[in-house]
Design a protein around this ligand. Structure first.
Ligand code: NAD
Length: 272
């Protein structure tokens, strides 16, 4: 608790971060570790990446536990929460971050690529949110730890509202997340479960390497970002910390856009 009385730390709380072996998830896990949370580092296939995230947390004096699970599999998600509870007793925060892309022009997109993206990005977040809600309700309130019964942050994208050609599966999954998040927030606000989303713009991670690795592609991308730089995982992590902390206790059903102005129709900067 600082002089302002606003708690922007997570001391005594446990947070599950899905897809925390790289990119935005790793950035959130590291910052949450520094903010005092017990961090459950979920990964699907990159055990090395998960170990690196854990090492960074422990080097900074924090505590974490690695749990392998595929968020699109119901049984894996159940086990993820069970192992988190075995390690730390309970869970206060879910960061539903795991996601992927399988890009193709719509007329060439396979049903398998459509389904994979929907299964991970949308169904995976639903399965994790459902498990978190079940756990929060079964445990009941712990007001001395945090005023909410529990908190969920869905990592969405500016493509929850900006159409994206060549990525109809991805845009549909993120558009679906918006109403999933809002509907869940409406359904559980009365029980003091806060559910919000973050819509990142372009953040430098493995998912979009081709758009920032190549100088010509980077210039094209920067043209879409009024703030003049590509985002870092830490930019999203700081927003996630605010949404997970008690500082945002009266906020639910909202999307925090973290995009350097990308969603401000930058094409109209010169008057359209
Ligand atoms: P990333 O590829 O580094 O991270 C995605 C993580 O999700 C990886 O660690 C991956 O292993 C994991 N994952 C994928 N499928 C999984 C599954 N079935 N179960 C568990 N984990 C799984 O890319 P990132 O940019 O850090 O992406 C994180 C989230 O941020 C995604 O939801 C993505 O859509 C979103 N996002 C990223 C950007 C960006 O510009 N990087 C912009 C908007 C939204």
């Amino acid at each position: 608790m600082g002089e302002t009385g606003i708690r922007l730390d997570l001391t005594g709380q446990t947070a599950i971060v899905t897809g925390a072996s790289s990119g935005i998830g790793a950035g959130i896990a590291r910052l949450f570790g520094r903010a005092g949370a017990n961090v459950v580092i979920n990964y699907r296939s990159s055990e090395d990446g998960a170990r690196e995230t854990l090492r960074a947390i422990e080097d900074a004096g924090g505590t974490g536990r690695i749990v392998q699970a595929d968020v699109s599999q119901e049984g894996d998600v159940k086990r993820l929460f069970e192992e988190a509870c075995d390690a730390f007793g309970t869970v206060h925060v879910l960061i539903a971050n795991a996601g992927l892309q399988r890009d193709a022009p719509a007329h060439e997109m396979s049903l398998a690529d459509w389904k994979t993206v929907l299964d991970v990005n949308l169904t995976g977040q639903f399965l994790c949110a459902r498990e978190a809600i079940r756990l929060f309700r079964a445990r009941g309130p712990v007001p001395e730890v945090c005023p909410a019964l529990g908190k969920i942050v869905c990592i969405s994208s500016v493509h929850q509202f900006i159409p994206w050609s060549g990525r109809v599966n991805y845009a549909a999954s993120k558009g679906g997340l918006l109403l999933m998040m809002q509907s869940l927030a409406q359904e559980y606000a009365g029980e003091k479960i806060r559910i919000n989303a973050i819509a990142p713009g372009a953040i430098k991670t493995a998912i979009n390497r081709s758009s920032w690795d190549d100088p010509a592609e980077r210039e094209k991308l920067l043209d879409l970002i009024p703030y003049g730089r590509i985002g870092e995982s830490e930019d999203v992590a700081r927003a996630a910390l605010w949404l997970a902390s008690d500082a945002s206790d009266y906020v639910t059903g909202e999307t925090l856009v973290v995009d350097g102005g990308m969603a401000l129709y930058p094409g109209f900067r010169e008057g359209g």
